[in-house]
Design a protein around this ligand. Structure first.
Ligand SMILES: Nc1nc(=O)c2c([nH]1)NC[C@@H]1CN(c3ccc(C(=O)N[C@@H](CCC(=O)O)C(=O)O)cc3)C=[N+]21
Length: 299
């Protein structure tokens, strides 16, 4: 039976480090990191995530600002809010909650965020720095940064000789995750919906990272004995055993089966999810430290 990686506890320790760094910035410079989160529309899941980001930011000692815009907001109005925040010296981080309504080009909005304030790490400047092996001067996308933090806890910082397999190739997760693993010297295979014999590819993985968005797709016999399994999926499925109409969260991996094979595995909930929010705080702290010209702590 695998070690179950406690993402919640590890996230809490990252948040403690962020708190300490924010307190130091306040003491030395009288400045407070500022995070602006923009939510367009009323999607209930997005509302919960955005509220949780704001709560954690305040807990870190940040100034947290939420902009909630109606579903019908035009792209031009959203771009103009982003421009205002880009020019606001009290705001160090800007996050536009995704997905955006269909009439807004989310790519255009993300690329309008100043790269120094792009705490989601999705601007091409930040994505490009990561791909070119510069992990120092940009901002790294929160979910892959959080997942990598967990990999490091289990496998160390140097993954030389290890095979890593990522399922999923999104700009949001798969691609930056592949880049982080490669940078740590893993031999990386990027797989996706068109991969032939996905199970066989996964069986080679010493580090298996699943981000497909399909509940419990990765089965126990896809997992190499002794592997590290990082489950990035968050899927809500019906749970009639909990009562009529009830649901529960599951990952992209069939947890019990995979845990029997793996040496270490992340649970859902309580794995990568909490790390995403912790790394958002870390990125905001980093952006604030850089803006104030003080050494940016490493998280
Ligand atoms: N611009 C942007 N950046 C994001 O980082 C972003 C986004 N848009 N849109 C939506 C996704 C989703 N996301 C999560 C963050 C934390 C949990 C999390 O903490 N999950 C808990 C459980 C949450 C629950 O119970 O529903 C856990 O896994 O333990 C989940 C999902 C960030 N996202």
């Amino acid at each position: 039976m695998a070690e179950v990686i406690d993402g919640k506890a590890i996230a809490a320790s990252v948040i403690d480090q962020v708190k300490a760094a924010a307190a130091e910035l306040a003491a030395e410079r009288g400045r407070q990191p500022g995070l602006a989160v923009i939510l367009v529309g009323t999607d209930p899941a997005s509302q919960i995530y955005v509220a949780s980001k704001g709560r954690t930011a305040r807990e870190c000692g940040f100034a947290s600002v939420q902009h909630t815009l109606p579903e019908t907001t035009s792209e031009a109005d959203l771009l103009s809010l982003v421009a205002t925040l880009n020019n606001d010296p009290d705001i160090h981080g800007i996050l536009v909650q995704l997905p955006l309504p269909g009439h807004i080009d989310s790519g255009r909005v993300i690329q309008a965020i100043h790269p120094d304030k792009d705490v989601d790490g999705l601007h091409v400047v930040n994505a490009g720095k990561l791909m070119s092996g510069d992990l120092e001067t940009g901002l790294i996308s929160c979910t892959p940064a959080g997942a990598m933090h967990l990999v490091r806890r289990v496998n160390g910082t140097d993954l030389s000789g290890l095979d890593a397999v990522v399922i999923g190739r999104s700009n949001l997760f798969g691609k930056p995750m592949g880049a982080l693993l490669l940078n740590a010297n893993a031999t990386v295979t990027m797989t996706h919906s068109r991969t032939r014999d996905l199970a066989a590819a996964c069986r080679r993985a010493d580090i298996l990272v699943a981000a497909v968005g399909r509940p419990q797709m990765v089965r126990g016999d896809w997992v190499k004995p002794g592997a590290t399994v990082i489950d990035v999926g968050i899927n809500r499925i019906p749970a009639p055993e909990r009562g009529e109409g009830k649901t529960r969260l599951v990952g992209d991996c069939a947890f019990e089966e995979c845990a029997e094979q793996a040496a270490a595995i992340t649970p859902v909930p309580g794995g990568v999810g909490p790390m995403t929010i912790a790394m958002l705080m870390a990125n905001t702290m980093t952006a604030a430290a850089r803006a104030e010209g003080v050494p940016a702590p490493r998280f």
